[in-house]
Ligand binder design. Structure first.
Ligand SMILES: C[S@@+](CC[C@H](N)C(=O)[O-])C[C@H]1O[C@@H](n2cnc3c(N)ncnc32)[C@H](O)[C@@H]1O
Length: 364
């Protein structure tokens, strides 16, 4: 059997240390320094694995830019503001946001960009993109590296890429879900041998009565905590948009996408994108417990409508050819759509701000 270097390494670790927790498997697949999915490629576009909202329509980034300008206004128009993007992809959202921000010149002049990105290929692409505009920018490996100061934080489809833990309920309690090598020599999901002590008391109340066999997922990266602390400490606003659920619930949402198709999460480690839905209630309650103010969560469709997507699309169509007009319509339908393939209901938005800030746009 011809295995990839990463699969060989995963198997070696399982042989040495026993079944591997899902979190460790996902971390290796996504960010292994040599073979991790997010370290070795640009995964975007028609020839890549997936497409995100900023890549679907320029309107998305423009509305986010106007949101950021309003947030800056509500923060009392600080002379310097850090505009932080977590996982900026190809930099498309930032470019569209910065173009829209030109309508508020004092805001644009106040901005220093901070891009939190681990992917060297995407960093290069972001540098090229941002080289076309005159705004100071710096790059960081992690959010903690961004210096203090008033901040606006943007994260579109970032949290779903952060590794999850999974526990599975059995008759006598919850056990960690793991990856192991099965009797036929294939990677397979399994259950750790020891029960997690007192786990029933740690899961949210809504999950406690879940039937045997249920899976509960949680993240331990502390990002929501760090954002909540930062928003409590100094003026700022964060906008998180991602696919996920409004309320914490049991369910297995670990998924793998390769070449725009769903594939097995255990097949081809490091070659496919692994993600899991975002638990917005968990993020909101963590940030709230740090003393920040929570806005939403709301569906993406509601956020974008409140921010004026229909008006902006109509304005763009005024100068567009009929073909371009049809493209704008179909992009907006995808961003707002409620049914299959639509992102309007599946995606949610949550804002976290300094406690003194009033309701930010989009969440009225
Ligand atoms: C799904 S993409 C979303 C990109 C962009 N926000 C968009 O909407 O098009 C995830 C982004 O986060 C970056 N990323 C993933 N895991 C990361 C991590 N642990 N630390 C920093 N960046 C990460 C990826 O390289 C990529 O830029």
């Amino acid at each position: 059997m011809d295995l990839s270097p990463l699969e060989n390494e995963i198997r070696k670790r399982i042989k040495l240390a026993g079944p591997m927790p899902i979190r460790q498997f996902m971390t290796m697949c996504l960010t292994h320094p040599d073979y991790g999915y997010y370290v070795t490629r640009d995964p975007f576009g028609v020839s890549g694995d997936f497409i995100t909202s900023p890549e679907i329509s320029q309107v998305f980034g423009e509305l986010i830019g106007l949101w950021a300008a309003s947030a800056w206004h509500m923060m009392g128009q600080p002379e310097n503001v850090r505009l932080i993007e977590l996982g900026p992809g190809r930099g498309t959202m930032l470019i569209d946001a910065m173009r829209a921000a030109q309508v508020v010149p004092a805001f644009r002049a106040a901005i220093v960009l901070h891009l939190v990105e681990i992917n060297p290929k995407l960093r290069e692409r972001q540098q090229q993109m941002l080289g076309t505009i005159d705004v100071p920018a710096m790059w960081h490996e992690t959010f903690d590296e961004v210096p203090d100061g008033p901040a606006i934080i943007l994260a579109n489809e970032f949290f779903d890429a952060l590794p999850i833990n999974q526990a599975i309920k059995q008759f006598n309690g919850w056990y960690e879900r793991v990856v192991e090598v099965d009797a036929s020599g294939n990677l397979a999901f399994g259950i750790a041998s020891d029960v997690i002590p007192l786990f029933d008391q740690l899961v949210p109340p809504a999950v406690r009565d879940a039937p045997v066999g249920s899976i509960y997922e949680w993240r331990t990266d502390n990002l929501a905590l760090a954002i909540g602390q930062r928003m409590r400490r100094e003026l700022g606003a964060a906008l998180i948009i991602d696919y996920g659920h409004l309320k914490s619930a049991a369910g297995d949402t670990l998924q793998a996408v390769g070449n725009h198709n769903f594939v097995s999460a255990l097949h081809n480690p490091g070659e496919v994108d692994l993600t899991a839905h975002v638990d917005f209630e968990a993020i909101a309650s963590t940030a709230d417990s740090m003393g920040a103010r929570i806005h939403g969560p709301v569906d993406q469709a509601r956020l974008l409508r409140n921010l004026g997507i229909e008006k902006r699309a109509a304005a763009l169509k005024t100068y567009a050819s009929p073909e371009k007009g049809a493209e704008i319509d179909s992009a907006c339908q995808r961003l707002l759509g409620q049914g299959r393939g639509g992102m309007g209901r599946l995606f949610k938005a949550l804002a976290i701000t300094h406690p003194d800030m009033k309701t930010v746009p989009g969440f009225e």
